[in-house]
Design a protein around this ligand. Structure first.
Ligand code: AMP
Length: 288
């Protein structure tokens, strides 16, 4: 596995690969790799000639300095996991390499900044758009892989590609869960055993709301019931529970048509760890 921490050396290597006619798949991550990331990597390996994984904890997307400081980091362990997976190349730039000066650009991400993650994490998506645009310009991947776990991020990246005419195809990969149902996340490493027990209720609540929606109770009543479910979970602090259009996260009327993809999205805190999850059904490939 080739390891790069400079943009120039990575570009040199990838230019040569492209000249050989190889197609590059990119999996952007913030490290502390787990089976959720592995799924993205395996998918890239099956669909491209060469897979690059980037590991970079992007300061520009953290609105909370304490969250940035406590974000789990273990580059050595990540490198050995990537080696075992047969990954071709890993890009581990430092902050100085990615942001040689403090960025003056920011992205206006429109309505995505005023709903769900955007509402609770001001500036987050501007930071995501900035780092993804940088990575796409540096690596020029044919395809890039993003998890449906971060559904709003996936939709943002699809808009980014469409509106800035990047020649990269975005592939959304389904959520990988622990046996308990808890969505895998690097942040889970910060949870104690007791907190893991609490956290598994996140998925139980989502399934309950999904079941209720399937028995045709209204969106409003399903949301109310879901909020009550989470309110009853001790030591869980719900931030939001939204039932929205899975294609673009727009609000739904109370009787959406039967072919609407519905996303039930939730975020909340267990202790000081912020967790995120969603269920989409029926699952479709985004038409964005
Ligand atoms: P992160 O390192 O948390 O920024 O995640 C890197 C990529 O992996 C993002 O596109 C995430 O959506 C994706 N990802 C993280 N956790 C999971 C999961 N449990 N299942 C599927 N994809 C995931």
């Amino acid at each position: 596995m080739k390891k790069f921490n400079s943009i120039a050396s990575l570009r040199l290597y990838l230019d040569a690969q492209r000249q050989e006619g190889l197609e590059i798949g990119l999996v952007p991550t913030m490290g502390a790799l787990h089976a959720g990331h592995f799924e993205l990597i395996k998918r890239s390996q099956s669909e491209n000639d060469l897979t690059v994984v980037s590991v970079f904890v992007n300061p520009a997307q953290f609105n909370n300095p304490e969250d940035l400081q406590k974000y789990p980091r273990n580059v050595e362990e990540d490198l050995s996991k990537l080696e075992n997976l047969g990954c071709d190349a890993v890009f581990t730039p430092g902050n100085e390499e990615m942001y040689s000066h403090e960025a003056i650009l920011s992205f206006n991400v429109g309505y995505l900044d005023s709903i769900m993650e955007g509402r609770f994490r001001p500036g987050h998506f501007s930071g995501v758009a900035l780092v993804v645009a940088k990575l796409f310009n540096i690596i020029e991947p044919a395809k890039a892989y993003f998890g449906q776990k971060d559904l709003q991020q996936l939709i943002l990246v699809k808009y980014l590609v469409k509106e800035l005419n990047f020649q990269t195809q975005i592939v959304g990969v389904p959520i990988v869960r622990e046996e308990s149902g808890l969505a895998m996340s690097s942040r889970n490493k910060r949870l104690s055993d007791a907190q893991l027990e609490i956290a598994k209720n996140i998925y139980s609540g989502l399934k309950l709301v999904a079941e209720k929606l399937n028995t045709s109770i209204s969106i409003k009543d399903a949301q109310k019931m879901g909020k009550q479910f989470y309110a009853d979970v001790e030591d869980f602090e719900l931030e939001y529970l939204e039932i929205v259009d899975g294609q673009n996260l727009a609000a739904l009327g109370d009787e959406p048509s039967s072919d609407t993809e519905i996303a039930i999205c939730v975020a909340g805190f267990v202790g000081d760890v912020r967790l995120l999850d969603n269920i989409c059904f029926p699952l479709k490939d985004s038409t964005l």
